[in-house]
Design a protein around this ligand. Structure first.
Ligand code: DGY
Length: 323
């Protein structure tokens, strides 16, 4: 009897092909929405494997009820939605999709930097609203990137990829990371700084840290006050890294110049204080949303799941907590 796997949302076809070719009976969530906790438990009945997404809550309560699961592959690099402690206790393997979304997310980070610097969404709204009556010498003035400082918080794969593109815009790079990043230092001339100095010196602060207990609310009221009033904050990592209430206030009070966000504290809910402001560009968590990257992520997640269910180590295991 072939083992059954559940895929929690419709994913690019190449991922499903891999699972089917490996001989699994594949069931895909037929709804174009995230399943409720009860629906997910029900769908995972008798399933040996789950291919899930960052929008699924894989907590202890779910794992207590999904008693047949042996392996979980998330189609995301982030795995803060999975209770790793509980998975480990139950002997469930967990894998993710690192690396393949680095360029897509780094490119979207630059799209946000350029969008906030040159007020692109605001200018589009202006034109579509019929307000463009001709070229104006002080119409929608933005700021230039050339000669400015980019502050990277978290110089892992994505942070490094963002930093390596900074030279193309003539920017200086400073960064913060628990370790040293020789590649960024050598190829982008980057300087490692403590957070307070990075916040005080950068014209654009961009966040690339995973969400952990240490990084939750890393940027709050105090940190925002350390930034220059002319600086911009960019976040393509995880929403709870920023205290959104404090950010809305800092933007409203013009304590900083603007922000570009792809992720939110209580996704998909966006702080109402942000929705009404002109100086913030808001995107619906599309960092990895390219045809190429999403296909690669689906394939990688499917290969990881197939490997784990065949008793082999997956290519991308999530390190489970040590005792
Ligand atoms: C991830 O994979 O964690 C990204 O946030 C998806 O865009």
């Amino acid at each position: 009897m072939p083992e059954k796997v559940f895929v929690s949302r419709s994913i690019p076809r190449p991922g499903l092909d891999i699972l089917e070719a490996a001989g699994f009976r594949v069931e895909v969530n037929p709804e174009e929405r995230v399943l409720t906790a009860e629906e997910l438990v029900r769908s995972c009945r008798e399933k040996a494997g789950l291919l899930c997404l960052l929008t699924d809550t894989i907590d202890r309560s779910f794992l207590d009820q999904a008693t047949t699961l042996k392996a979980i592959a998330t189609m995301s690099v982030g795995y803060n939605h999975i209770d790793l402690e509980a998975a480990k206790e139950k002997g469930i393997g967990v894998a993710n999709t690192p690396g393949v979304l680095t360029d897509a997310t780094a490119e979207l980070t630059w799209a946000l930097i350029l969008a906030v610097a040159r007020r692109i969404p605001e200018a589009t709204r202006f034109l579509r609203g019929g307000e463009f009556t001709g070229w104006g010498p002080i119409l929608l003035l933005g700021v230039e990137l050339n000669g400015k400082t980019l502050g990277i918080v978290g110089a892992g794969r994505i942070g490094t990829a963002v930093g390596l593109k900074a030279a193309a815009f003539g920017m200086k790079v400073v960064y913060l990371d628990p370790g040293r990043c020789p590649e960024l230092e050598k190829r982008a001339g980057a300087e490692k700084l403590p957070l307070e100095r990075l916040l005080a010196e950068a014209d654009f602060v961009t966040l690339h840290v995973p969400l952990t207990e240490e990084t939750r609310c890393l940027i709050g009221r105090g940190e925002l006050r350390r930034m220059k009033p002319t600086a911009f904050l960019i976040n393509t990592s995880r929403g709870p890294v920023i205290d959104e209430e404090a950010l809305a206030e800092a933007l409203r009070e013009k304590e900083i110049a603007g922000a570009g966000l792809d992720v939110y504290e209580k996704e998909p809910h966006v702080h109402p204080g942000l929705l009404t402001l002109q100086n913030v560009v808001l995107l619906p968590h599309i960092g990895s949303a390219t045809v190429e990257t999403r296909s690669r992520m689906a394939v990688m997640a499917a290969e990881n799941l197939a490997a784990m269910l065949s008793g082999k180590p997956p290519k991308n295991p999530v390190p489970l907590p040590r005792n």
